[in-house]
Design a protein around this ligand. Structure first.
Ligand SMILES: Cc1cc2nc3c(=O)[nH]c(=O)nc-3n(C[C@H](O)[C@H](O)[C@H](O)COP(=O)(O)OP(=O)(O)OC[C@H]3O[C@@H](n4cnc5c(N)ncnc54)[C@H](O)[C@@H]3O)c2cc1C
Length: 399
């Protein structure tokens, strides 16, 4: 039987209780959980097809080996949900637990690495430091020259990003959420300090609650609401090779080379290495990024020399000054909520932000796991600092 991603595509209604701007994973996960909590008037507006943003263009890595306590707690909570998400959505998102090795090239980084592992273990993440010799034995294909060791996260994994998008969209739609693809939010009407209606490419829609899940369009959406957000778009680039026999089981990345790679269950190698300060902001790939990726990954895995790349692409992420997402109710715009700015890590946390933000919208209490990501942290002078992020605060990229 054919299974439709969206069981129905309803007409745009003149009013909804909750209007979510952005049909990526954050918007869809939130919509699903709002409907699951009993909300009956929820709509998602997506200017293109669902998953057209970063949610449908990422590497789909899920790992908990972060430096910052708040990141580890949020990702670890999300990781617990990855075990059952296919059952929850009745949609196979093809999660596979590969384990990951986050390699470190510099001795000077080791004190930070050991402190991070101690913190991760305290939270419950079973990460462990492996020295270069053990790493070489565990991943014999890897050239460990210039690597002092790695953080092994046995719980890390990958899944199929399109399937997760379709699963959430299908689940939300079945619960009555109106998902409107090809519907751009172009402006907002304000009465006093509240947003009372959205202007969309399919007409005016009254709204009680508006949520900015617009990914790389978040700044623009903020501007429509008269709220200046500290977000900016940044491109990451990926490639996929021709398929081969099983060669590499874990995910391997290296901080200093900003490179990451894994082999899919179909045999293709998928990965990338981000040129420093890369500000391409387009969906096409570029030769410098491809050359850098190829050089870094062949250095790590010499046997990949000569392997043909089949496809390469770019995807635009939404970056905050500290590389961490922003959530919260905007004080000066009652009823306007944020769930954006998730940078290069928004895929893995989208399972957690949906239920936690839905609970926040319903109860008015921000969960302790999301509280550190509250958007006012910049005004309070409390930005994050996590040197294990793919893209760091300056917009430089790391693995
Ligand atoms: C190449 C690449 C690799 C990545 N790898 C990983 C990884 O391995 N692990 C990980 O956790 N994360 C990864 N990420 C990051 C992750 O993909 C994002 O953080 C996440 O998908 C963000 O989801 P989102 O829903 O917030 O945004 P998006 O998926 O970008 O969705 C936002 C949506 O809003 C829509 N929109 C914008 N403005 C409007 C408007 N005015 N009206 C209507 N719709 C609008 C857009 O069209 C878009 O579809 C990667 C990203 C890229 C690009």
């Amino acid at each position: 039987m054919t299974r439709k991603v969206l069981p129905s595509v309803p007409e745009v209604q003149p009013a909804y209780e909750v209007c979510i701007i952005g049909g990526g994973l954050h918007g869809l996960s939130l919509a699903y959980h709002l409907a699951k909590s009993g909300r009956r008037s929820v709509a998602v507006f997506e200017r293109s097809y669902i998953g057209a943003g970063a949610s449908g263009r990422n590497l789909s890595l899920i790992r908990s080996s972060w430096q910052q306590d708040a990141w580890v707690r949020l990702v670890w909570y999300a990781r617990s949900l990855w075990n059952t998400i296919s059952l929850e959505l009745d949609y196979n998102v093809m999660f596979t637990q590969r384990g990951s090795f986050l390699c470190i090239g510099r001795e000077e980084t080791l004190p930070t690495v050991h402190a991070a592992i101690a913190m991760q273990n305290e939270i419950g993440v079973p990460t462990r430091f492996v020295h270069a010799a053990e790493l070489g034995a565990r991943v014999p294909q890897l050239n460990t020259a210039g690597i002092v060791g790695a953080i092994h996260d046995p719980t890390a994994g990958v899944s199929r990003h399109d399937a997760l998008v379709w699963g959430y969209a299908n689940g939300a739609s079945r619960l009555g959420v109106h998902i409107h693809p090809e519907t751009t939010v172009v402006g907002m009407e304000l009465t006093g300090d509240r947003i009372t209606a959205l202007k969309t490419s399919r007409g005016r829609v009254e709204a009680e609650i508006v949520v900015n899940c617009a990914g790389s369009g978040s700044k623009e959406v903020g501007t429509m609401a008269g709220v200046e957000l500290p977000t900016r778009p940044l491109t990451l680039e990926m490639f996929v090779t021709e398929p081969f026999a099983a060669y590499l089981d874990p995910i391997v990345s290296i901080i200093e080379d900003q490179a990451y790679i894994f082999q899919t269950s179909r045999g293709e190698f998928v990965g990338g290495a981000e040129p420093v300060g890369h500000l391409n902001q387009a969906l096409a790939s570029t030769s410098p990024a491809l050359r850098q990726s190829a050089a870094a990954l062949v250095r790590l895995f010499p046997r990949l020399a000569g392997v043909n790349m089949l496809r390469a692409w770019g995807g635009v992420i939404d970056m905050t000054p500290d590389g961490a997402g922003i959530v919260g109710a905007v004080e000066e715009r009652p009823g306007f909520f944020l769930d954006c700015g998730w940078g290069g890590e928004g895929y893995m946390v989208s399972l957690a932000t949906g239920p936690l933000n839905a609970a926040y919208i319903n109860s008015g209490t921000l969960h302790a796991l999301l509280a550190p990501f509250e958007y006012k942290r910049f005004e309070r002078g409390e930005p994050f600092s996590d040197s294990f992020l793919v893209v760091d605060a300056a917009g430089e990229t790391r693995a």
